[in-house]
Design a protein around this ligand. Structure first.
Ligand code: SAH
Length: 221
């Protein structure tokens, strides 16, 4: 806690810093007030190493160990907004827990978050952070998320934060009718954020924007 207070003393992780981040996101086009409020609430600096805490509110992806990164604030906000665009979400699956930051933001926006991570150490750390923040509507699983989480399927929303070369069938089949998945698809330097909606007539794909995510890797890490 000493470190945290010291950082607050120099203003790098203060609520005011978070407020500036919210203003930047609004200027960048994020409109959903609930998403902006969730970003205002979640202390992003607690999701990165203490040495990087002073950079936690910059618009950048930061390393979280094991060759992985915490997504940029804009991407976290944008993907949350896309998932909520067509109404409330009750059960949401996240593939790629990483630091747990995106899951913590989502915990303020949906009834239940189910999040899956393949790297054991990241899974444990994220679970510990969520306990510390007393967010009790998030469930964690250490597994290959490309297979979803069959016990809790179907999901109204699925958010994938690592990019596969193509959309895993195991995930689309776990979407509830009317449910939506937001997923980056493609190779390292050529990825498209895609939204897939399950309708009575089948799956509708929309290409949204060019993005850069770490690759989705199969099996446990
Ligand atoms: N949502 C995260 C972003 C983490 S980066 C955050 O807010 O910090 C993507 C994460 O996906 C990494 O932690 C990586 O280990 C994980 N990942 C990659 N392939 C996976 C798979 N098949 N199943 C589950 N997690 C996976």
């Amino acid at each position: 806690m000493g470190g945290e207070q010291a950082l607050q003393g120099i203003g790098l992780t203060s609520p005011r810093t978070r407020e500036r981040l919210v203003s930047r996101l609004r200027a960048a086009g994020i409109r959903n007030p609930d998403v902006l409020e969730a970003i205002r609430t979640v202390p992003r600096h607690l999701f990165v190493d203490e040495a990087l805490a002073g950079r936690a509110y910059e618009e950048s992806a930061l390393p979280i160990g094991h060759g992985q990164t915490i997504s940029q604030p804009y991407m976290v906000a944008r993907m949350s907004e896309l998932l909520l665009e067509r109404g409330p979400v009750y059960a949401l699956l996240e593939v790629g827990t990483g630091s747990g930051y995106q899951a913590a933001v989502l915990a303020h926006l949906v009834r239940r978050v189910y999040t899956v991570e393949r790297v054991g150490a990241l899974h444990e750390n994220a679970r510990e952070r969520m306990r510390h923040l007393k967010l009790r509507n998030v469930r964690f699983r250490h597994a290959d998320g490309a297979q979803g989480w069959p016990e809790y399927a179907p999901f109204d929303g699925i958010l994938v934060t690592a990019a596969p070369a193509s959309v895993p069938d195991g995930l689309t089949s776990q979407l509830a009718p009317g449910g939506q998945m937001v997923i980056p698809v493609g190779r390292r330097n050529d990825q498209m954020l895609v939204r897939i909606t399950r309708t009575a007539q089948g799956y509708v794909h929309e290409d949204l924007e060019q993005v850069t995510f770490v690759p989705l890797v199969r099996g446990l890490g």
